[in-house]
Design a protein around this ligand. Structure first.
Ligand SMILES: [Zn+2]
Ligand SMILES: [Zn+2]
Length: 151
């Protein structure tokens, strides 16, 4: 394996799509560069058109899968996207390798889809979603400010 991941060069989004009622600018949800660091098993990096940079580990992305099933599961546990499942005490501790995708592909011009090695691939990670769950300290701090999360 010598190549350093899959590169996408997204085109500008067609004009007049949803984004309007959101408080994120078009540039904020328009990736200038997308790097899926598959061979390193590291994760996803996006440089946005507004100059912001985001990065996520594959483990985080797997736990943030936006498909209906995973959303439901998280809702039941009260987990936020990216929060791992609570370990069940009934299950014997077993080494599980960190989740990583076997492959990834662009979905139209608006999203990314991962084919996880566990066989799951239903999640469509839209640029809008990804920008909103940016894990950089600046965005995490801003999120805490607005929700006023204690502890
Ligand atoms: Zn899912
Ligand atoms: Zn950020």
């Amino acid at each position: 394996m010598s190549h350093e991941g899959i590169r996408f060069v997204p085109k500008d989004q067609p004009a007049g799509e949803e984004a309007a009622e959101r408080n994120l600018s078009r540039a904020a949800v328009n990736p200038a560069k997308v790097r899926v660091l598959l061979s390193e098993g590291k994760g996803l990096e996006i440089d946005w058109s507004d100059g912001h940079k985001s990065a996520w580990s594959f483990a985080w992305l797997r736990d943030a899968c936006p498909c209906a099933t995973c959303n439901d599961e998280r809702g039941k546990d009260g987990r936020k996207p990216g929060q791992p499942k609570p370990k069940s005490a009934a299950v014997l501790p077993m080494y599980t390798p960190p989740p990583r995708p076997a492959s990834a592909q662009a979905v139209g011009r608006y999203a990314l889809q991962f084919n996880w090695q566990d066989g799951h691939s239903a999640g469509i990670y839209s640029w809008d979603f990804l920008r909103r769950v940016c894990q950089c300290s600046e965005c995490k701090f801003a999120a805490q400010e607005t929700t006023g999360t204690p502890n």
